[in-house]
Design a protein around this ligand. Structure first.
Ligand code: SF4
Length: 237
């Protein structure tokens, strides 16, 4: 191919051509050899660079006391191109040891719920309000939530999901700055920075009370219906 092109260029030069048009097949060859980066590729690359920087910032963070007892930072996991972000409260023991959110008993239940509604864990994004584990799994303190929230806000801004699903009252309260019961918040569509947000039970609550499984199933159906409506709206503005 290179030899053919050299011959072609020599021929055209000898013919006195200063601007040399490339034959179609050569243009196709060069396009194949040097494909332009698609917007999606560039977007994913810049998302992953921004997230890496944010993780590094969180690793160095000393804005609250929790860094002192951390084994591993639990920043978040999943696809940066996800349409859904699930947000829990704080890492537990297993999460602190591995650096992966929702992998203890509650995480295994979340995996089952995701599987039941045909969502794959690797295709969604999962994070918590706090990036470090509160000792003995105590409730997050309000000042810890305030200190850590900017990381989650940036995560959401980078990923730009179509919908946010808060798992439990703590994450809903931290993001929406409201203090309602689960009963009051379920089945409604809130808005966080223009992104629709719905609230359901934290999987740990389901482990304590199996009766919450049915309403959680309803909430996930509501989540998927809402996501479908958002997709339709985006396709037919
Ligand atoms: S929990 Fe959040 S704010 Fe506190 S030290 Fe860890 S990263 Fe920083």
């Amino acid at each position: 191919m290179i030899d053919q092109l050299s011959e072609y260029f020599r021929f055209m030069r000898d013919m006195g051509e200063l601007e040399i048009p490339l034959p179609v097949e050569q243009i196709q060859f060069f396009k194949k050899a040097h494909p332009p980066h698609s917007n999606k590729e560039n977007d994913s690359k810049s998302k992953s660079e921004s997230i890496e920087q944010l993780i590094e910032d969180a690793r160095n963070c000393k804005k609250c006391e929790l860094y002192k007892t951390r084994n591993k930072l639990v920043f978040g996991c999943g696809s940066l191109d996800s349409e859904i972000i699930f947000i829990g409260e704080a890492p537990g023991r297993q999460e602190d040891l591995t650096g992966i959110p929702f992998i203890g008993q509650a995480g295994k239940l979340l995996d089952k719920i995701l599987e039941a509604v045909k969502l794959q864990r690797e295709n969604v994004y999962i994070a918590n309000i706090l990036k470090d584990r509160p000792p003995n799994n105590r409730d997050p303190k309000i000042e810890e939530e305030h200190a850590c929230l900017p990381f989650l806000i940036k995560q959401i801004q980078i990923i730009r999901p179509k919908i946010i699903c808060c798992l439990g009252r703590v994450s809903a309260k931290a993001l929406l700055k409201i203090n309602y019961s689960m009963k009051e918040m379920r089945g409604k569509i809130y808005s966080y920075q223009g992104i629709p947000l719905i609230v359901t039970y934290h999987p740990a609550a389901l482990l304590r009370n199996a009766k919450l499984k049915r309403p959680t199933w309803d909430d996930f159906q509501f989540l998927l219906r809402t996501l479908d409506e958002i997709r339709c709206k985006n396709n037919n503005p």
